[in-house]
Structure formats: structure tokens, C-alpha cells
Design a protein around this ligand. Structure first.
Ligand code: PMP
Ligand code: GLN
Length: 381
């Protein structure tokens, strides 16, 4: 393994999911639902497969049906208009969108400012691009960005701000004021913005505001989303970016040599999913809200300090009430102790000490599973 990647090892999600499987634990670590998304969307994929739609290499930027659907969805929910031909690119999940965007837009030596704690692929992809990540801390208990602090982190080498709202793992949803403040700094310092919005439909407090809609931002923002979270088909790996044509062309240049194209038949199915009626999106959110409340209640009863998330399907907790153990050790032992797996937030910090007491649980599981997990956690004592 080269020096750029040497420190990254195995992702925490693979490690904790393997531990959960080995110990037959309830896996509240890696974020994937235990119930598949809408049946009709699965049927749409089967129909596409049978009809031979996408069984051979689809077009590099994505099939026209999906590019149209992505553009229509952005207009329907946010009033943003994108040309499906030049301003939408289909990717192999948000994961490839992140990699392709960073590889396309960064020069070696550039600095990227990103929230800390951070989703793990950001750090790895910035490193693969030969750039340097500069963390902007989101500190407990509120996990809000401090815009004065952001200003002090900007240097002549800063090229790009990497945002994530709703934020994994803390659940923070950026407010219109925070977004305006960030946008103003991006314009003032002529920075690019890459924004990961995969949880755009999972917001319990506030609403999703794409930064791309703010003045001066359209020409400098790459927005990323994915079907995995919204439609509960994380295995299909259909994601996308939207942005001004030159930015999308740049990301497309990188994507060509990463995957060339993305999963054909699934693209047709996700095109249908994006056009589902509003009731689907609100129903999904309200279902997740109940699950969040159920797990939060269980975690509190078990003795955890709960940081209530405004969005995503994760709850970050503080484990100090259980003693001074660090989060990684706690998560390694948790399956043996009570048959539940979680993820230590410490791995999402440059200095793991900063996340020493934080553990993340996902609630995208059936209610009976969450109930059972809560009962098991209550035995921790
Ligand atoms: N970004 C964030 C913040 C995520 O939590 C995830 C989770 N999978 C991804 C990107 C990756 O999305 P995908 O599965 O579409 O690659
Ligand atoms: N995004 C999900 C999480 O944060 C899954 C990540 C992954 O499997 N790479 O848990």
C-alpha cells in the first residue's frame, strides 16, 4: 500500500459489520436498512433487466431517463434547474461521486477544509488526490460549525470546502444562516464547494437547503446525492452529482477512468423512484423519526448521553457515563458484552482523542429490532 493510503487500513464499517456477524449481534454500526425499499422500484429494476435496458454499458454520464429524473427532482424539491445533458452525472454511489469530484478538482498540495468528525472516505479520497485535509471541528454538544473559525482556516492554498449536510455522524443540518456564511466565504476566497447531501430526505428538524442555490454558488458547487439512503437500496450503488457544466465535465473526466459507467438496469429503476409522490418521501422520513425516537429512548434508558440528530439515520452518543473507556475499545467489546454492534466516532477524527467518548448507532432497522437492541443495551449497567 502506498504512503498516501497506508494509514487508512480497513474501513470501520467493514470491521464492525464483520464483528457483528461473528458474534451474531444486532448491527447498529454500518448504516444500511434491514428492510428493502419500495417493491415497485424493485419491480422496475426487474423490468429493466428483462427488457435488456442497461444490460450492456449504458452511456457514461448516465441513462437519459435518470439524468432527467435527477434534474426534475432538484427542481421539484429545491427550485434548482440543471440541464440533464451537461449538468447531471450519474455515479456509482455517492462514494464514487466523492472520489471523482476530489480527484478531478484538486491539485497535489491543495488544502481542503472539511468538518470533523468526517465520513471516512473524505479523508482517504483527499489523500489519494495528494491534497491536505484541514479539519473544521463540530464540537459536542451542539456540533455546529464556527464560521469565525472557518475564516481562520482559509489560507492561499485552500482550494475547496467539503460540506456534508445532513452530517454523518453527528446529525447536524446546516441552517440557512450557516450556509449563507459559508457561501460568502467561498465567494470571497474563490473556493470550490463539494457538498455531500445523501441524507437530503432524512431531516427531522429544519429543512434541506442546497448551498448550490445561494448567490454566487452555482458556478462553484458540486452537489452529491445518492439513491442508497433515500430509497433503501444501498447495494445498487446509484449516485449522482449536479453542478455547472464545466464542473460536471471535470468530474466526468475522472469518472471515465474510475468506473467508466454505472449499474445499467438500476438507473432506470431509480429514475422511477425519484418521481415517487411526496407521500413516499414524507412517509419515509416520519417512519425514520419514530425509529430515531425509539432508539434514543432506549439509549437514554441504558445510560448513554444522547445527542439528538436533526437528520441522517445515526445517533451519536457519549459513553462517559459507563467509565473512561475509549470509543474504539468500547465498540470492540460491545458485541460480547450485550450483543449489539456500533461504530466509534473516534475514527472520524484526526486525533482519536477528540472523539474518545463518542459512539454512533444507526436506527435504520425494524422497530422490533431496535426494541430488542434497547433491551440488550439496558443490560450494560
Ligand atoms: N456520504 C455519506 C455522508 C454517507 O453516509 C454515505 C453512506 N453510504 C455515502 C456518502 C456513500 O453513499 P453511497 O452508498 O451512495 O456510495
Ligand atoms: N454510510 C454508511 C455509514 O456511514 C455506510 C458506509 C459504508 O458502508 N461505507 O455507516
Amino acid at each position: 500500500l502506498n504512503r498516501r493510503l497506508a494509514t487508512f487500513g480497513t474501513t470501520i464499517f467493514a470491521e464492525m459489520s464483520a464483528l457483528a456477524a461473528r458474534t451474531d449481534s444486532i448491527n447498529l454500526g454500518q448504516g444500511f436498512p434491514d428492510t428493502d425499499g419500495p417493491e415497485e422500484i424493485r419491480e422496475a429494476a426487474v423490468r429493466a433487466l428483462r427488457a435488456g435496458h442497461g444490460n450492456q454499458y449504458p452511456p457514461g454520464p448516465g441513462v437519459p431517463e435518470l439524468r432527467d429524473a435527477v434534474a426534475t427532482h432538484q427542481e421539484r424539491f429545491y427550485g434548482l434547474t440543471w440541464s440533464p445533458e451537461t449538468e447531471v452525472l450519474v455515479t456509482t454511489g455517492a462514494t464514487e461521486a466523492i472520489a471523482a469530484s476530489l480527484l478531478a478538482l484538486l491539485e497535489p498540495g491543495d488544502e481542503v477544509i472539511a468538518f470533523e468528525p468526517y465520513y471516512d472516505s473524505y479523508a482517504a479520497c483527499i489523500a489519494m488526490a495528494g491534497a491536505t485535509r484541514v479539519p473544521l471541528p463540530l464540537r459536542a454538544p451542539d456540533f455546529r460549525p464556527d464560521l469565525d473559525e472557518l475564516r481562520t482556516l482559509i489560507t492561499p492554498r485552500t482550494r475547496l470546502l467539503l460540506l456534508n449536510t445532513p452530517h454523518n455522524p453527528t446529525g447536524t443540518v446546516l441552517t440557512p444562516d450557516e450556509l449563507s456564511g459559508i457561501a460568502a466565504l467561498a465567494v470571497e476566497h474563490d473556493l470550490l464547494v463539494v457538498t455531500d447531501e445523501v441524507y437530503e430526505h432524512l431531516i427531522f428538524t429544519g429543512a434541506h437547503h442546497p448551498i448550490a442555490a445561494l448567490p454566487g454558488m452555482r458556478e462553484r458547487t458540486v452537489s452529491i446525492s445518492s439513491s442508497g439512503k433515500t430509497f433503501s437500496y444501498t447495494g445498487w450503488k446509484i449516485g449522482w452529482i449536479t453542478g455547472d457544466a464545466p464542473l460536471v465535465a471535470a468530474v466526468r473526466a475522472a469518472k471515465q477512468y474510475l468506473t467508466f459507467v454505472s449499474g445499467g438496469p438500476f438507473q432506470y429503476a431509480i429514475a422511477e423512484a425519484l418521481a415517487l409522490p411526496d407521500a413516499f418521501f414524507t412517509g419515509f422520513r416520519e417512519d425514520m423519526r419514530r425509529k430515531r425516537d425509539l432508539l434514543a429512548t432506549g439509549l437514554r434508558a441504558a445510560g448513554f448521553r444522547v445527542y439528538e440528530p436533526e437528520g441522517t439515520y445515526f445517533i451519536t452518543t457519549d459513553i462517559s457515563p459507563f467509565g473512561d473507556e475509549d470509543a474504539y475499545a468500547f465498540c470492540r467489546a460491545l458485541p460480547e458484552r450485550c450483543g449489539v454492534a456500533a461504530v466509534p466516532n473516534s475514527v472520524f477524527y484526526d486525533d482519536p482523542e477528540r472523539g474518545r467518548s463518542q459512539v454512533r448507532f444507526t436506527f435504520c432497522k425494524r422497530e422490533d429490532v431496535l426494541q430488542e437492541a434497547a433491551e440488550r443495551l439496558a443490560r450494560l449497567g
